[in-house]
Design a protein around this ligand. Sequence first.
Ligand code: KG4
Ligand code: ZN
Length: 355
Amino acid sequence: MKKVAKKVLGIETSCDETAVAIVTEDKALLANLVLSQQEHALFGGVVPEIAARAHLNHIDTLVQEALHKSGLSFGDLDAVAVTAGPGLIGGVLVGVMTAKAIAAVHGMPLIAVNHLEGHALTVRLTEDVPFPYLLLLVSGGHCQLLIVEGVGKYRRLGTTLDDAAGEAFDKTAKLLGLSYPGGPAVEKMALNCDNPARALEKFPLPTPMVGKDGCDFSFSGLKTAVKRIVDKLPETIDRRDAADICHSFQHSVAMILNDRTEQAIKQYLSLHPQQKNPSLVVAGGVAANKMLRQGLEHLGKKYNIRFVAPPLDLCTDNAAMIAWAGMERLRLGMTDSLDFPVYPRWPLESLSAAS
Ligand code: KG4
Ligand code: ZN
């Protein structure tokens, strides 16, 4: 008899995306629905109460839609995976309560997924990347370099001492009056820069931590430097200046990420000298940025290691990554009980101790 591939339903509600997806064991994405909440645009940042209410309003419909799209019913699913943290707790609770209800009513296993583990393992949904690989995780709330040694096994090499890279993008966009979320807006505006050399000379920006030992990051000085520049400009910023500032800003972020990642590559290669297929993986929302990807690709070539990035729509928050992390856990028998708590903070390395 032909073996039927396992199917996992994934739910993601930890920030401002309400997302539901269904993946199969053989890596088919049967449904991948992402509803980006527009309610926050007015405030230039995510408002937790509004986010939680919006998740509540949409989650049931999205689950039904995902089943409908994949032609499945609850009885066809093998497990439900859900983000149990870290994130905005009201939203996380909405997702977790929904998943627990599905698990309880339909008698299927629950898998509590760490959102960061979702980002960390996404690449294995679209490519064959063996453990251990080096991961640069750059999102709105996190900026870390880790060695992914296995499911639930993470060794952190460096982290940010202050802000995350995505936060710096969002802040820069806000200062320049660009739309929210800031990352894509800054990237788009930087494309209008017709003279990169002029941009770097007119608006030089710092590159904190570059050249220092270790793999830690810092972005607050860069953010403050952008503010100082913008404060000196007229209220209505000239479009050419805005494009130049965005280019200079992206250039600095790329320098920082490249320098820190280069340090991490050296550590990774010396910790795993026998690794036959060493890989550098980038994940998280900021990984959608093309200039940053190019820099990292270059670095991969320099050290003769494979550079892999998930497709753009799987870099920003989605539920396919949660369903996939659930699948990786299900295959190893790592399921959770219905009284699993939610965690507003939940460092990835703490999973290593638990598994
Ligand atoms: O992973 P993600 O969707 O959510 C978190 O878990 O934080 O990351 C969101 C962050 C935001 O700060 C957003 O501005 C940034 O990713 N981002 C980008 C781009 N697309 C999203 N940053 C730079 N360039 C982009 N194209
Ligand atoms: Zn994320």
